[in-house]
Write a protein that binds this ligand. Sequence first.
Ligand code: NDP
Length: 302
Amino acid sequence: MNIMNKSFSINAAVNIPAIGFGTYLITKDDVAAAVRSAIGVGYRHMDTAAVYDNEAGVGEGIRAGIKDNGLSRDDIFVTTKLWPGASEWGETAKTEVQTLAECEMSLKRLGLDYVDLYLIHSPHGGSQRVNQWRALVKLKQAGKVRSIGVSNFTEAHIEEIRAAGLPMPEANQIELHPWSQKPQLIAYMKQHGIAPIAYSSLAPLSTWRTGQDSAKPEDLKAGDNFFAVLAAKYGVTEAQLLLRWGIQNGYAVLPKSLNPVRMRQNLELDGFAIDDADMEAIIKMDRGGGIAWSMGDPTKVI
Ligand code: NDP
């Protein structure tokens, strides 16, 4: 099976491509060209968010990519996210009405009539969290978004939605890679039919986010050469090994690269499969919580 055509089910009508293009930390100046190139080399899923401040450029790149390649809107899967408002950072949580308006603003910036997946970016909405979810349910009913989910939610956050008697999220976009495997959360999501979407798949690389504010601290760069040795065994790069690990676990992945060689390389995940013994060995590499931003104690409701 060609992985570029592979997808995972989100709901009865919506499948998410196994590989998407991440746009976090791509500036509004660079993002249109990056998205256009990404579509040119074969990416069919674009992941953005209101808080990335690049939705307008993502929309511009999508329109250019569609035109260049003779595609139509429905050939591209588009994800964007509600910024919920975080009191921890002096913000006010968005209400249900504000959430409906935020989605309209994202669609306007993207220049799209609908998105394929709309997520609550994080659980920081506190007492408004369930109201924000109510708004997402309405947005789906209104056809503004084809599927709805959450991001960075723990079991406890999702249980609030269940307790409110609302439809459950269809996806949860979380930091997932061999250093942060979250087995309990994944088991809970499986039990409730919530599709996992992996972000920061490449976090174990020593060069991850090099040159950016959120580059890794030195102590996280150091490590053994476990992934390098395994990648060499399969004749692939460490990045390809990490992305393939996600897909073999059933997670859609969202690699971000502004480098044309790496952008292509991250799509080339066919021609090898991590064998069962090595998948077992990778389970032992779990270090617990993520590093892209902390999800904190999984039992604690923010
Ligand atoms: P990634 O795991 O995609 O890693 C990106 C980093 O790896 C960059 O430094 C990039 O540099 C480098 N890189 C990319 N490809 C390769 C390669 N083949 N070999 C070596 N280095 C490589 O990190 P992100 O944190 O950006 O996560 C991916 C996407 O997930 C985001 O862009 C965003 O869309 C989403 N996300 C969602 C979050 C959420 O809270 N919901 C949080 C974080 C991310 P270069 O560009 O120079 O190639």
